[in-house]
Design a protein around this ligand. Sequence first.
Ligand code: OOG
Ligand code: MG
Length: 260
Amino acid sequence: MSTWDIDRAATALLEAEDSRTDRVPITDEWPDLDLATAYAVQDETLRRRLDRGEKLTGIKLGLTSRAKQQRMNVTSPLTAWLTDAMVLPVGDPVPQEKLIHPRAEPEIVFVMRDRLAGPGVTAATALAAVGSVHAGIEVIDSRYRDFKFTLPDVVADNASSGFFVTGPVGRPPSELDLALEACLVEVDGQVVDSATGAAVQGHPAEALALAANDLGRRGLAIEPGWVVLTGGMTDAVFVPPGAKVAAHFTNLGSVFLSGG
Ligand code: OOG
Ligand code: MG
């Protein structure tokens, strides 16, 4: 009999986050943790974040590109929650004092104009609900040692959520061909990676549709005003203190991040 349950897993993960202490995967100790229960753990961690005053402001997708799936050795996309405490204002350094081993990844970000409720959402109907498209950098920070986890582990851990920066340029989706929107990632002035929006499920709107349909199965919807991070386009890069990361997009502008 496992002594693990949803409450205990949520406590363990939030304690690791708050104390900046990495830990072994939950599934090492709770091998029966299945995907549905892992989402229940994720929802419990959200409930506790809201209890301490945070506001639910959106949703993130993870592992939507092959680059991310190959690196993390997990081949299924997932969703997780965003709160106002995860917003990193443009120009602020990475808050190293709150993070274990931050990595940065470029993402295409949607700000929703309309409510989007699955099932049956397609990329086209999803895109029609978007108000503006932005460049973004997500700062991920797994609570698991060396970012080693299985799909249920990373789902329970709110998909390694840390912070995210949203670029100041917002464009209407109808002006952009997001499959062809390119991004160059620079670390300390050197280009280290590149991708186009097609890396994300063929088109970032497919990722948005996937999130809406996933939430729909759980009786939830994507709400107007929510931010949606569609998932890292490239592999993530480490951001130690002193590092300078930039993501340059074709039409969405550039986002800069300093490791502090
Ligand atoms: C999981 C989080 C994945 C993304 O954009 O793929 C994610 C991880 O890589 O630790 O945020
Ligand atoms: Mg991400």
